[in-house]
Design a protein around this ligand. Structure first.
Ligand code: MRU
Length: 388
């Protein structure tokens, strides 16, 4: 698909033939505490290097995107996915676009930059981290070019540094979420998760899986139950792969088995990520999350959401206003190239659903743990952060 695609057959879940590629002078974030950094995405001098998540868990394949259009394609086709990872990928795409632009003057670079932002913003509509990241890069661009005498080279440097900063901040936020959220998880027993909100959905460590990792690091004896997550199978393919990589006991279940396991008492808590959290605490996340939340409430099981503050969208009043991405029908009609459904049958494929705030026991962010009523606690935390 991409000129820089390399292929590496992956057998089992035992380590990565590490890329070793990292921006000069930057340490491997989390080194020494993680078993091995899962290289979800990396800035390299040649381009942005992505672990191809469409091929996991059987093949470890990397894609090198050398243009911003290729970064956009990588996001649309879900080579990289997960709200925080999408945001940082877009930022790196913009930095890459500006770096490789032929523009000789700042005004012509500014015109090109607008097109780059529009292209990346058109990739996936639900994860607000995408728009947050583009907005942050846009603001920096405006600030830098407002300084008299700014050159194209100055803009390039500033945007690259900002994208790398966002990468590091994302990992730090995940670790903070882990520290805040770990005490909420049971000391032992089953914890259910849906989709993949792990290292693969972030720049490293993960949100929901980061909280699980932190709890395990603190000695909790957790057994993860991973919903397979039809139709893209993020749970079966990705969550299972990365938890096995870290040696965390994991069982995959089909999405329709969660109710029965809860009834048997096997699930002590549920923890998921989020693509967008509205001002009233409604949470958009992978399709199927809403059903899990309703089941958790029925069985008296706490339902936690872990997400960085960049997933909070205070400009969207409620979940009803969150745009829900519709994915191609082929993701439902086919599996591994084989057709499953009769020709011509109607197909639904919304990628996300909205869980009303009343089902959410707590929202774990890097800024702290929020409790209901979220319309108040979200505003309070937003105010506290802007005051500090
Ligand atoms: O369609 P995807 O795989 O991008 O959806 C991902 C999810 O729904 C995740 O739960 C969410 O982005 C949080 S990732 C930390």
């Amino acid at each position: 698909m991409f000129p820089g695609q390399e292929h590496n057959t992956f057998v089992g879940c035992v380590g990565h033939p590490g890329s070793g590629i990292r921006a000069p002078g930057r340490p491997a974030a989390g080194a020494g505490t993680l078993k091995a950094m899962i290289p979800t995405l990396e800035w390299t001098p040649e381009g942005v290097r992505f672990l191809d998540q469409t091929r996991l868990p059987l093949e470890e394949t990397y894609v090198l995107a050398t243009t911003y259009q290729q970064v956009a394609e990588v996001i649309t086709t879900m080579v990289v996915r997960g709200a925080p990872a999408i945001g940082v990928s877009a930022a790196m795409g913009l930095a890459m676009g500006v770096k490789s632009s032929q523009a000789a003057t700042v005004p012509s670079l500014a015109a090109e930059f607008e097109t780059m932002c529009r292209t990346l913003a058109a990739t996936r509509p639900t994860a607000v981290n995408l728009f947050w990241a583009i907005e942050r890069m846009k603001q920096l661009f405006s600030t830098v070019i407002s300084v008299p005498g700014t050159t194209v080279e100055t803009v390039r440097k500033a945007l690259t540094e900002e994208a790398l900063r966002m990468y590091d901040e994302d990992i730090a936020a995940c670790r903070q979420m882990g520290a805040h959220g770990a005490p909420l998880l049971p000391v032992s027993g089953g914890v259910l998760t849906h989709c993949n909100a792990g290292a693969l959905a972030t720049c490293g460590y993960g949100t929901a899986l980061g909280v699980i990792r932190a709890a395990v690091e603190q000695g909790h004896e957790i057994h993860v139950y991973a919903d397979e997550t039809r139709p893209f199978l993020q749970g079966a393919r990705l969550t299972a792969w990365e938890l096995m990589h870290d040696g965390i006991p994991t069982t995959v279940l089909c999405d329709n088995m969660a109710a029965s396991l809860m009834r048997q008492g096997k699930i002590r808590a549920v923890i998921v990520g989020a693509d967008r959290i509205a001002a009233n605490g409604d949470v958009a996340n992978k399709i199927g999350t809403y059903g899990v939340a309703v089941l958790a409430k029925e069985h008296g099981i706490p339902f936690f959401v872990a997400a960085p503050w960049s997933t909070v969208d205070l400009r969207t009043a409620t979940g009803d206003a969150i745009p829900i991405e519709q994915r191609p029908e082929i993701e439902v009609t086919h599996h591994a190239g084989r057709q499953l459904t009769p020709h011509g049958v109607g197909i639904e494929n919304p990628a996300f659903d909205v869980t009303p705030a009343r089902y959410v026991t707590a929202i774990i962010t890097e800024r702290g743990v929020l409790r209901p009523p979220y319309s108040e606690s979200l505003q309070e935390l937003a105010g506290a952060a802007s005051a500090s």
